[in-house]
Design a protein around this ligand. Structure first.
Ligand code: NDP
Length: 480
């Protein structure tokens, strides 16, 4: 029996993608470095479809129809290179290696370029949705050559999440574009979770709303513009009681957020392409601060914790809760606007013609950031190219929503500051909005200072050219 596709790396993600492929009618050849995983998969789920058991990569390749498609689902990093090195001599021109792991996009670009020289298509595929998504339908973001998508696309679209009949899978762009978009998706996910956390903290610390009561609030919010998977599961986490202590589970979980690195990669890449993704970067930093537990404990002793006792104590009731909802929504809009801006900047840097409407459509099912807001984003781009907004905040729906939320957003950020509750994404998103909105920024002074100490020159508002003031001489201005 020849197989339609081979999967090597049968830990949780590879195994579930293999099962998803088999359940959708494909014959799947299976391989794992240690054969025990292959056998365990066959024993537990062999009845779900047509599988071909192989013990070596050579056997895996032999089992495949041409052009061969090999899905690599091993640990990201050096193991991917090790598998590629072993695979390449076994493959022929036109065959396709697919990396569905969380590889760094620069590595995908390097691998694609080197394999292109050998006539082999290397496709970096962003897969979102965790193990459950891998099994039942993930959001899939494939990069690589357009030619490889002709052979691979139908298969990926078949196993992808389905959003009202549309597959959450479409070709993103050449080489590392798929992994890049998946990385930014993860960055947005960081920001999405951080704004939820800030809303929770403010409602708890300022308005005194206990987790069980907040579960109801989030449930209610899930019927508004905020409707999303993350808001939905927030109410479930908040209403969970700890079996041992009977306290809210959230109170017995150590408050140090982990990270696997994709948020950090997004922030680093944003700095490199010059895109101000403040919401994502602040979310990464917020996780870092949460993990500095020893320092936090020392600082708590020195500065005292909790609400600033000198702050005025207005009545924070239901109106404040509604204000927080609006601050959360506005900050979320900024996070998405920044993430998509970053994709435009990266597209220019790396030569990808990214279709932002299509990308937003892929995130509507199967992935963690699925949300009603994505429809609004698609609508913003659903216009002739000449009318597409340069930044999502300029799309009519976004502009109206920001204007609607703005007074509440400012009140919440002010309350956070006066009450001593950190709200880094609420605050920095508001600063981003204000930064874009201001007709004059203090960057003029920055330029003056740079010219003073480093002769870095400046431009004038009333004349073409670059200028320098002779600060250490007679302070006259010279044109450069
Ligand atoms: P792991 O990242 O834990 O990797 C384990 C697999 O890699 C095993 O099959 C292991 O084989 C294999 N492996 C490790 N080193 C080598 C090597 N040198 N040569 C050959 N095989 C090797 O598996 P996961 O299923 O958790 O993740 C797979 C990929 O998917 C990763 O890139 C991960 O980051 C990504 N991922 C994505 C998620 C998502 O939501 N999209 C969620 C989780 C993961 P052996 O059994 O022999 O040790």
């Amino acid at each position: 029996m020849t197989a339609d596709i081979g999967v090597t790396g049968l830990a949780v993600m590879g195994a579930n993608l293999a099962r998803n492929l088999a359940r959708n009618g494909y014959t799947v050849a299976l391989h794992n470095r240690s054969v025990a995983k292959t056998d365990a998969l066959l024993e537990a789920h062999g009845e779900e479809g047509r599988f071909v058991r192989t013990e070596t990569l050579a056997e895996l390749v032999q089992a495949l129809e041409r052009p061969r498609r090999v899905l690599v689902m091993v640990k990201a990093g050096a193991p991917v290179d090790a598998v590629i090195e072993e695979l390449v001599p076994l493959l022929d021109e036109g065959d396709i290696i697919i990396d569905g792991g969380n590889s760094f996009f620069e590595e995908t670009r390097r691998r694609e370029e080197s394999l292109r020289g050998e006539g082999i298509h290397f496709v970096g595929v962003g897969v979102s949705g965790g193990e459950e998504g891998a099994l039942n339908g993930p959001s899939i973001m494939p990069g690589g050559s357009q030619e490889s998508y002709e052979s691979l696309g139908p298969m990926l679209e078949r196993i992808a999440a389905d959003f009202h009949g549309e597959p959450c899978c479409a070709w993103i762009g050449t080489d590392g574009a798929g992994h890049y978009v998946k990385m930014v998706h993860n960055g947005i996910e960081y920001a999405d979770m951080q704004v939820i956390g800030e809303a929770y903290d403010l409602m708890r610390s300022v308005a005194g709303l206990e987790p069980a009561a907040q579960a109801e609030v989030f449930r209610e919010w899930n019927t508004t513009d905020l409707a999303s998977y993350l808001i939905e599961i927030t109410s479930e986490v908040l209403e969970q009681e700890d079996e041992i202590t009977g306290r809210p589970l959230v109170d017995v979980i150590v408050d140090a957020a982990g990270q696997k690195g994709t948020g950090r990669w997004t922030a680093i890449s944003a700095l490199e392409v010059g895109s101000p993704v403040t919401a994502i970067a602040e979310s990464v930093f917020a996780r870092s601060i949460s993990s500095q537990q020893q320092l936090r404990s020392q600082t708590t002793q020195v500065f005292s914790s909790g609400i600033d006792e000198h702050a005025p104590t207005p009545d924070y009731g239901p109106e404040f809760v509604e204000d927080v909802r609006k601050a959360l929504y506005a900050s979320k809009l900024v996070a998405y606007a920044q993430g998509l801006d970053m994709l435009v900047a990266a597209g220019e840097e790396f030569g990808w013609d990214l279709d932002l409407r299509s990308i937003a459509s892929l995130w509507r099912a199967g992935c963690i950031i699925r949300a009603d807001l994505l429809d609004t984003i698609m609508k913003a781009y659903d216009v002739p190219a000449s009318r597409r907004p340069q930044n999502l905040l300029l799309a009519q729906d976004f502009t109206e929503a920001i204007n609607e939320c703005l007074p509440a957003w400012r009140r919440v950020v002010a309350a956070a500051a006066t009450q001593g509750v950190p709200a880094p994404v609420f605050s920095s998103s508001l600063a981003y909005y204000d930064g874009l909105r201001r007709d004059r920024l203090p960057a003029a002074l920055t330029q003056g200072l740079r010219d003073y100490f480093g002769a870095h020159t400046y431009r004038r508002i009333d004349q073409e050219g670059t200028f320098h003031t002779l600060w250490s001489a007679d302070r006259s201005e010279v044109q450069q």
